[in-house]
Design a protein around this ligand. Structure first.
Ligand code: B12
Ligand code: SF4
Length: 236
């Protein structure tokens, strides 16, 4: 969410709110209260396989309580399983497939400029229902300039993210995306497609900001295999 928020802000979208219903263990009633109070134009939810029904439920609540808001789903489960998700949860308006930053900006610009839903078939990396048909637009390119992605970590309520064994705030920055290997059981090389590594200095700067601005004391790299590019990892 921090990476998506950072990219949206750079594109000029600044009214962004994050509700972490999982961490805060919100009931449906509490969640709908917050959604109604915010009156968003767009609601975006993430999904991994174990939480897909909870993710679908959030958007069902949005349909019932804030029906004017566009309902967007992203993440690894929705990316690979979009025909099933759009069938079992027809209230999901659109799925963003794969790496989300650039696709989400394109989608939000279309919404802002009144090109949604008329132009939705022209935006790459989406899946949606059109009448009885499930449509997947062509895959979007991956983010080629990976250093252009600057997360906005201020969106998180930091006192909630504690690595319990050390009682320290925990963050999960991303140095590399993807993997050059293609193990048959693994979804990740297919999800991120190109293997790309950020400038190690930028990652360290990001970690410094997390320590100084948000009091973070423990990190997990979101990379699949951080040491594949040995030179950059040593530099890091
Ligand atoms: C760090 C990590 C963890 C950490 C932190 C998890 C957390 N909640 O933050 C820990 C160790 C706690 C963890 C736990 C688990 N994890 Co984990 N984890 C990861 C890892 C390595 C990195 C996650 C990350 O930050 N990625 C970087 C961000 C930028 O990527 P992203 O979240 O996918 O978001 C991008 C896109 O998906 C998309 N997107 C995502 N959401 C949305 C929403 C909208 C609206 C839009 C438009 C776009 C969008 O845009 C984003 C930017 O490009 C991933 C693998 C990976 N490299 O992604 C596995 C991964 C997500 N985990 C996985 C699993 C299975 C789990 C567990 C269920 C394991 C278990 N059995 O307990 C738990 C579930 C915990 C939970 N409830 O969240 C699987 C999920 C597979 C699946 N089929 O869904 C993954 C993909 C690894 C794998 N291949 O097996 N995990
Ligand atoms: S991330 Fe790991 S399991 Fe997946 S393809 Fe790469 S090396 Fe194989």
């Amino acid at each position: 969410m921090a990476y998506l928020t950072g990219h949206l802000r750079r594109a000029g979208f600044d009214d962004i709110h994050f509700i972490d219903a999982m961490t805060n263990d919100l009931t449906d009633d509490q969640l709908q209260e917050q959604l109604v109070a915010l009156k968003p134009d767009v609601v975006g939810v993430t999904s991994i396989t174990p939480n897909i029904y909870a993710a679908e439920r959030v958007l069902e609540i949005a349909r019932d309580r804030i029906p004017q808001a566009l309902r967007v789903l992203g993440g690894v489960h929705a990316t690979f399983m979009y025909p099933q998700v759009l069938t079992e949860a027809p209230w999901v308006d659109v799925i963003v497939r794969s790496e989300g930053e650039e696709i989400l900006v394109n989608l939000m610009q279309a919404v802002r400029d009144g090109r949604w839903p008329a132009n939705r078939r022209k935006i790459r990396g989406l899946a949606f229902r059109d009448g009885g048909e499930i449509v997947a637009t062509p895959a979007a390119p991956t983010v080629k300039d990976i250093d252009s992605i600057e997360p906005d970590w201020s969106i998180l309520e930091w006192d909630k993210y504690i690595y319990i064994p050390l009682n320290r705030r925990v963050a999960i920055p991303n140095m590399a995306r993807g993997c050059p290997f293609t193990c048959s059981f693994c979804s990740q090389w297919k999800f991120w497609r190109d293997y790309r590594v950020r400038d190690p200095k930028k990652v360290v700067d990001e970690i410094e900001r997390l320590v100084n601005d948000h009091g973070v004391g423990f990190f997990i790299l979101a990379d699949e295999e951080p040491t594949i590019n040995k030179k950059k990892f040593v530099e890091f």
